[in-house]
Design a protein around this ligand. Structure first.
Ligand SMILES: Cc1cc2nc3c(=O)[nH]c(=O)nc-3n(C[C@H](O)[C@H](O)[C@H](O)COP(=O)(O)OP(=O)(O)OC[C@H]3O[C@@H](n4cnc5c(N)ncnc54)[C@H](O)[C@@H]3O)c2cc1C
Ligand code: FES
Length: 290
């Protein structure tokens, strides 16, 4: 079994990497803003002083809009870019304020927190990535690294689901990943005039992907119900439950394992997640053993 990379307590340790202590956000400035789709915005942040915090794909930061509040948002860039990209869906007060920030605005950052997808261990391994909607954001960095693996060995298959063609985020990246040799399948819940691609749940395109299920690792992120359906489909295809990594979202407050708001059974998702092996957490999501 290849488990997600982690070590308990790293949340607090990494939080200290901002140089500000566990709870004090460091000031970062918005240096670029991109509207991905209606209601989804990406912002690039650089620290007012020092280097951006080191991070690995799958991890998240706590972002503060001063005077509004703080939310957990995954990194959506590629490590080493020198700036932190976050992609936010406008669903409530804090996400709305984040989407409304402009170049030059200051937001607070503390992190990096949580577990990573563990792409460093996947050179030469067949990897199937399945994302729904904004679930592609925490996977973007992982896919970008996997598409450029040093050995060039191991298939990379990507299945993406979106509500409609105009809700597809990072559309230009899909082409780049294809050019680098990845198999990328996209499906939408509802077609629009001119759409000639697949329509239906993301599970419908899984059979089109050519990976060796018995030896593959899967990275899955999206709404919880989608991750459960995808995980069941992958297990039915022959992927080991422990080789399926999912990203769990729970309400976050402290982000460093102290307040208990993000508890899922024995896990604190800020400290022990968000990335976990499906085989390990399926029962916590109410899944029966199959
Ligand atoms: C580890 C982790 C990583 C995350 N990464 C991202 C990310 O990369 N991008 C991102 O946009 N969000 C991400 N989230 C969700 C984010 O932390 C907030 O929950 C979300 O932005 C809503 O916060 P809010 O204060 O704006 O809205 P709230 O006031 O908390 O919620 C407003 C309403 O929206 C609903 N709602 C809350 N979250 C969502 C959601 N995700 N989709 C649809 N409806 C929702 C609530 O049920 C409520 O009805 C992540 C969460 C976790 C735990
Ligand atoms: S958010 Fe406080 S313990 Fe996880």
């Amino acid at each position: 079994m290849i488990a997600p990379t982690e070590d308990a307590g790293r949340a607090v340790a990494d939080g200290a990497a901002t140089g500000t202590g566990a709870f004090t956000p460091a000031p970062y400035r918005v240096v670029e803003r991109r509207v991905e789709t209606d209601g989804v915005v990406s912002v690039a942040l650089v620290p007012d002083s020092g280097e951006p915090v080191a991070w690995r794909p799958g991890q998240f930061n706590m972002l503060t809009v001063f005077g509004v509040g703080e939310v957990a948002i995954s990194m959506s860039g590629v490590p080493g870019e020198g700036r932190l990209w976050h992609t936010v869906r406008d669903v409530g007060a804090v996400s709305h304020a984040l989407c409304g920030t402009g170049v030059g605005d200051v937001v607070g950052v503390r992190g990096a927190y949580g577990t990573a997808w563990g792409v460093e261990e996947l050179d030469g391994v067949d990897v199937v990535v399945v994302a729904g909607g904004i679930g592609l954001a925490p996977l973007r960095g992982a896919i970008s690294l996997l598409a450029r693996r040093p050995s060039g060995r191991g298939r990379l298959c990507v299945a993406l689901g979106a509500r409609s063609p105009d809700q597809v985020i990072f559309a230009e990246d899909l082409e780049i990943w294809r050019e680098l040799g990845a198999e990328v399948e996209l499906t939408v819940d509802a077609a629009a005039p001119g759409w000639t691609g697949s329509v239906g749940l993301v599970t419908a395109v899984l059979p089109q992907l050519s990976f060796d299920a018995g030896r593959a690792v899967a990275l899955v992120c999206g709404p919880e119900i989608m991750m459960r359906i995808v995980a069941r489909a992958l297990v039915d295809r022959g992927v080991a439950a422990d080789a399926i990594r999912v990203s769990l979202e729970r309400n976050m407050q402290c982000g460093v394992g102290l307040c208990g708001h993000c508890q899922l059974g024995p896990l604190l998702i800020c400290r022990d997640g968000p990335v976990r092996a499906y085989g390990e957490i399926a029962h916590l999501l109410g899944e029966r053993e199959r």
